[in-house]
Design a binder for this molecule. Structure first.
Ligand code: GAR
Length: 199
């Protein structure tokens, strides 16, 4: 059985979408640990209510390498084989990423490479794009930059606010993140340069 480790910083709705897919059997895996870098992350309560192993490892004030080492210890202890970043608002160090080659996924609320970094939905509105969306990608050492697994497009409406646009994107996030995890766990893909080809 595949062993998932989920990293969160806040609300945890993507974590919940993944947990639902695990619970209904559409992802053949077990969530062995949910880790938040912020103790107040709401997703921790949701994970505990589901009876999952949910722990807080606060990152505040810690050097990146020191913090990532703490994370690695916990993930290795739980024998995690796929790490899913689900609203985890921290950059990971190269030494962390090299421990999980092609085994760290992230979801981002834009059609990358447009609007990386913080407040992607706000960036999309400010730029005036008519279509934005979300992306699930492998994590490499650059911000929101690794090979893309899945994307979904979402229209920007004239009367959208950051909140209304974010909500519409979030619905697609909850659909494509579990789907991307299924693809990675099935192994039915190959990477050619930056391209991820499904087989
Ligand atoms: C999601 O919209 C996710 O795409 C975004 O944070 C939100 C987390 O929501 N992630 C990023 O912006 C990463 N750069 P959630 O905690 O309810 O899953």
């Amino acid at each position: 059985m595949n062993r998932l480790g989920i990293l969160i910083s806040g609300r945890g709705s993507n974590f919940e979408a993944i947990a639902d897919a695990v619970a209904n059997g559409s992802i053949a895996a077990e969530i062995v640990v949910v880790i938040a870098n912020r103790p107040e992350a709401r997703g921790l309560d949701a994970a505990r209510q589901r009876g999952l192993n949910a722990i807080s490892i606060p990152s505040k004030g810690l050097d990146r390498e020191v913090y990532d080492h703490m994370l690695l210890e916990e993930l290795h202890k739980q024998q995690v084989d796929l790490v899913c970043l689900a609203g985890f608002m921290r950059l990971l160090s190269g030494s962390f990423i090299r421990q999980f080659p092609n085994r760290i996924l992230n979801i981002h609320p834009s059609l990358l490479p447009a609007f990386p970094g913080l407040d992607a939905q706000h960036q999309a509105l400010e730029h005036g794009v008519k279509i934005t969306g979300c992306t699930v990608h492998f994590v490499d050492e650059h911000l929101d930059a690794g090979p893309i697994l899945l994307q979904a497009a979402v229209p920007v409406l004239d009367d959208d606010t950051v909140e209304s646009l974010s909500a519409r994107i979030l619905r697609e996030e909850h659909r494509i993140y579990p789907e991307a995890i299924r693809i990675v766990l099935s192994g039915r893909y190959a990477t050619e340069g930056r391209r991820v080809i499904f087989s």
